[in-house]
Design a protein around this ligand. Structure first.
Ligand code: BTN
Length: 233
């Protein structure tokens, strides 16, 4: 991963850029932008991407489309933060949190059988938007100093290599058990919000296929992470 690098001063969204070129570049190509003018999060939300943060997308050509690709991104971010002395955890399915605040998000998109784009946004030295003040944080805020963006970048790419390598080797059990270990939701009461439906229960497990297992008053329910949101109660 990262053998071919495309570095942009500005992009609308690196995910959009990566999707446009995906069919014409080798697997592992990384698109990174200093700032994004139309950064996107899940569910069509805006993703603030001023200078100082790490905004990148990786073009992958996995043999199977798999929701667990998001876990590859999340685990690589958690390891990267830990390499910089920051303890973080994964809020299933795709957020990375530090002490109750979001520091990174992952957006996986793609075309089945052709390519997948793994977009990662990590707050490094950038300001987090005022209105997200209590909900978001950055590496700079936690460490009390700026960190080298290129060091963070190279560390992240190395960690992506590691976890994507396990994925390619079919070692899903290891990926999912690592995710469980680093999960901040297991044992907690949560609410799952789908387009029309809401489901409340205790998060008790993550199945090997990536589904969250909830214990609800009506019994155990499995939730696949398509487009759901998860809130703590
Ligand atoms: C989320 O938490 O909802 C996912 C956020 C993903 C943001 C990253 S930044 C790089 C890439 N380009 C985008 O437009 N989004 C992703």
């Amino acid at each position: 991963i990262g053998r071919k690098l495309i570095i942009l001063d500005e992009a609308g969204s690196t995910n959009e850029y990566a999707k446009r070129i995906a069919q014409n570049v080798p697997e592992g190509t990384v698109v990174v932008a200093k700032r994004q003018t139309a950064g996107r999060g899940r569910k069509g939300r805006r993703w603030e991407s001023p200078e100082g943060g790490l905004w990148l997308s990786v073009v992958l050509k996995p043999p199977r489309v798999d929701p667990r690709l998001v876990f590859v991104g999340a685990l690589a971010v958690v390891d990267t933060l830990s390499n910089f002395g920051i303890h973080s955890g994964v809020k299933w399915p795709n957020d990375v949190w530090v002490s109750g605040r979001k520091i990174a998000g992952i957006l996986a998109e793609g075309k089945a059988g052709e390519y997948a784009v793994l977009g990662i946004g990590l707050n490094v030295n950038n300001d987090v938007p005022e209105e997200l003040g209590k909900m978001a944080t950055s590496m700079r805020e936690i460490l009390g100093r700026e960190v080298s963006l290129s060091e963070v970048f190279h560390t992240l790419v190395g960690n992506l290599d590691h976890w994507y390598g396990l994925f390619l080797n079919g070692r899903d059990g290891e990926i999912v058990s690592a995710l469980k270990e680093r999960s901040i939701i297991l044992g907690k009461e949560v609410k799952i919000i789908d387009d029309e439906t809401e489901l409340v229960g205790r998060a008790v497990d993550i199945d090997v296929d990536g589904a969250l297992v909830l214990e609800t008053p009506g019994g155990r329910v499995r939730v696949l992470h398509g487009d759901v949101s998860l809130r703590f109660l």
